[in-house]
Ligand binder design. Structure first.
Ligand code: NDP
Length: 297
């Protein structure tokens, strides 16, 4: 089979949201509980504000309650922690998300460490990360973007077991957790980062490439083994005088070249992005389910 598949993250995310919506309404009917997500945004970074708006809209579309707190850029650590601690205690909130990156004067680790692990729907608490990495252990939550990447592979019946996977990037948010998820699915995993020499020689061996470097069009057609599956996590704004707003979004993979070599690839936009939000909703719903079970409701 030499056919090429464009992996439709938008369509898969929609079908996940539809399923979540059904489950949320069943939960409301049978247990009188509505899953609740709290989102804390510090500062007025346009990207972050738009991600928060999208998350809020997605919550509304499935019937999850969303509460968002927007704090000024110059907020102190205590200001932010005050909200984290109060959401930790609030029984109507099942997930807490602090939108990253935080302004540079705030210590990200100190703040993320304070979210209780039962509500850590982003999966960034060190205990959740530790459980993700350990053999035979299960985290409370898997980070949304990495989970979305794996979900797309599953939904498109891409075999992971025994395959060579190459992840580009080693951030706590994407690269590192996605590499461990692939390892847990029995892939043989290599991680490329900014100090890696000749990355193209490594990617050319890969059956699965997950690109999360934040470098526009870094992965060229010649970097890809014929028939490989490529998941492009990158979201990069590049200038384009012909685009309506003077710029447009591209991934880390040069799509026009990659689609001639790969067997399947995610587009940007419309690939991993919508899946990330669907996974956030899914983590919030599953947190509410665990809340019901653990409180015998
Ligand atoms: P970070 O900047 O935190 O991490 C980037 C990683 O890529 C680092 O590990 C870095 O290496 C590596 N890297 C950077 N340049 C190169 C290079 N030239 N060659 C090899 N490796 C390189 O970014 P994030 O992980 O947060 O995000 C990555 C991309 O994914 C961004 O474009 C971001 O916008 C996007 N993103 C998309 C999401 C979605 O929902 N679709 C969600 C989250 C992020 P080193 O460690 O050595 O510095």
């Amino acid at each position: 089979d030499t056919g090429f598949t464009c992996i439709d993250g938008k369509k898969e995310a929609k079908s996940i949201r539809d399923e979540i919506k059904i489950q949320v309404s069943r939960m409301a009917a049978s247990k009188n509980i509505v899953p609740g997500l709290a989102v804390i945004l510090v500062g007025d970074k346009e990207d972050s504000a738009s991600y928060v708006r999208n998350k809020k809209k997605a919550c509304e579309s499935v019937g999850i309650k969303s509460v968002d707190v927007c704090l000024p850029e110059d907020s102190s650590e205590e200001d932010v922690l005050k909200y984290v601690l109060s959401f930790n205690k609030d029984p109507s909130i099942h997930g807490i998300l602090v939108q990253l990156p935080l302004p540079s004067h705030l210590n990200e680790a100190n703040i993320l460490n304070k979210i209780i692990k039962e509500k850590d729907v982003d999966g960034f608490h060190p205990e959740n990360m530790g459980l993700l990495v350990m053999r035979g252990r299960e985290p409370y939550f898997v980070p949304c973007t990495p989970k979305g990447c794996i979900e797309l592979l599953h939904r498109y019946n891409v075999e992971i077991k025994g395959k060579r996977a190459v992840v580009i990037g080693r951030s706590n948010i994407v690269g590192l957790p996605v590499a461990h998820l692939l390892l847990n699915e029995d892939a043989t995993v290599t991680i490329i980062h900014s100090k890696t020499k000749n990355p193209e020689e490594i990617t050319r061996e890969a059956d699965i490439i997950i690109a999360a470097a934040g470098q526009p069009n870094m992965v060229r057609g010649s970097w890809i083994k014929p028939g490989a599956v490529v998941i492009d996590v990158g979201i990069n704004h590049i200038e384009d005088p012909n685009a309506p707003r003077g710029h447009r979004l591209v991934g880390d993979v040069c799509y026009e070249e990659a689609c001639k070599v790969a067997s399947a690839i995610t587009p940007v936009p419309g690939g991993v992005g919508p899946m990330t939000i669907a996974m956030l909703l899914s983590n919030t719903l599953s947190s509410a389910k665990k809340f019901i079970t653990s409180n015998d409701l």
